[in-house]
Design a protein around this ligand. Sequence first.
Ligand SMILES: [Zn+2]
Length: 175
Amino acid sequence: MGISVDELVRRNAEFVAGGAFAGLSFPSHQTLRVITCVDSRVDPADVLGLALGDAVVLRNIGGRITPSVLRELALLAELGRGGPRTAAHTVVMHHTQCGIRALAAYPDRLAEFFEIPADELAAKAVADPYAAVRIDAGILRAALPGETQVTGLVYDVDTGRIEVAAPPVTGGSDV
Ligand SMILES: [Zn+2]
């Protein structure tokens, strides 16, 4: 069995006592965005040292840039309308030993996740997080407005280190 509700409530009491939630502002267009995997080993709060309020985080299997993620980002952008439109930064973080590799055994369902035909799955490089994060950073750069910077990271679950696999590039180009 996992962590009990009683334990979660106890941990929350510690959180409340720490006061980290107080006075945080609503996320703006300039708040860092992180897209990463659901894997319990790769929480960006720990891996990237993000404090509460530092980043808007989207997580799915693999941290992949699917049409669903692009729709969410477009909807989120509506919340930032009217605010400053500069220096926004979006980070995609994939990781080694990702479970998405095992899902290659289910090509039809994986293709559904990516919203592509199953015979095009090879283009998503699910076995190689370094290649995959470059592919996804490219999709984001093409999809996001020109003032948004996009970076692709790979987190190594053995060493705890991140590698900048796709250095920061401003969007609006297909570099
Ligand atoms: Zn994963």
